[in-house]
Write a protein that binds this ligand. Structure first.
Ligand SMILES: NC(=O)c1ccc[n+]([C@@H]2O[C@H](COP(=O)([O-])OP(=O)(O)OC[C@H]3O[C@@H](n4cnc5c(N)ncnc54)[C@H](OP(=O)(O)O)[C@@H]3O)[C@@H](O)[C@H]2O)c1
Length: 252
């Protein structure tokens, strides 16, 4: 059976671990070849590449900090030269200092804005000509509930994600006529390495489980499945949205 993303090329930032890795496997299982970007963890990146290949798809690795605009140029150009283009862009990599906003240093503010937000605007600009040439595409990014509500010590990331969700809406309107859809998936707490560094993680997690109608915290695959749907033609009428996948946490 032909898979919905057969012949498509996906570039995913931060695809070595956590949610990005699950997205790589979800898109590969739907037929896409994958450019796996990562920052430092080469071992994890190699294992993500092997897992994509074990699903019968091609994968390539690109190490680099997407907070650096020069790296973004190189990442998109490498994807085009290795695979022939870009059909699906997923900006998943994110970083941030955990502290109150009124204690943030300027470099900590800049770090989150550069990696979490500015990178998506630059990636979108850089991938656009290839998507246009290929007759359309899908751009997606990952946000979190902290974009819309207060989470203690999460301001640096939350503020950058709020800007990211707005960036999605602007790009979506500007690019819709080119058959390029731009969307976002927002999650509640998802069990990955990143959250294990939260202050008092275990008690925070227990509290979130208690408050989540679905009775557990998220798995990377919960987010990846929504990305898989948004990357596929089944979701063609979804344009510029932030889809919340959080087991109902944000309803309470
Ligand atoms: N976990 C949650 O509870 C949760 C909830 C909602 C939304 N999200 C969002 O989901 C996304 C992924 O989060 P996660 O929990 O899966 O994170 P994670 O487990 O910490 O993984 C982060 C990934 O991003 C890469 N990365 C980090 N900084 C980078 C940079 N500057 N340039 C390129 N790659 C970089 C890492 O590469 P290395 O392996 O080389 O370090 C790794 O592959 C983020 O946007 C996050 O805000 C997470």
């Amino acid at each position: 059976m032909t898979k919905l993303l057969s012949g498509k090329i996906a570039l995913i930032t931060g695809a070595s671990r956590g949610i990005g890795r699950a997205i790589a496997l979800e898109l590969a299982s739907r037929g896409a070849d994958i450019m796996v970007n990562f920052a430092r963890n080469e071992e994890a990146a190699l294992s993500a590449k092997n897992e994509v290949e074990s699903l019968g798809r091609k994968a390539s690795l690109f190490q680099g900090n997407v907070g650096d605009p020069k790296i973004i140029d190189d990442l998109v150009m490498a994807t085009i030269s290795i695979f022939g283009g870009v059909d699906i862009l997923v900006h998943n990599a994110a970083i941030g200092a955990f502290k109150p906003v009124h204690k943030l240093k300027i470099n900590q503010w800049d770090l989150s804005m550069d990696v979490n937000t500015k990178a998506f605007y630059l990636l979108a600009q850089k991938a656009l000509p290839s998507m246009e040439q290929r007759g359309g595409g899908s751009m997606m990014t990952i946000s979190s509930l902290g974009a819309r509500r207060f989470i203690p010590d999460y301001g640096a990331i939350g503020i950058s994600k709020a800007a990211l969700e707005t960036l999605v809406r602007y790009l979506a309107v500007e690019l819709a006529s080119k058959k390029i859809r731009v969307n976002c998936v927002s999650g509640g707490l998802v069990e990955t390495d990143a959250v294990k560094s939260f202050p008092q993680y275990e008690s925070f997690k227990n509290e979130v489980v208690k408050r989540t109608p679905a009775g557990r915290i998220g798995k990377p695959e919960d987010i990846a499945k929504v990305v898989g749907f948004l990357a596929s033609p089944e979701s063609e009428w979804i344009v510029g949205q932030t889809i919340v996948a959080d087991g109902g946490l944000s309803l309470i």
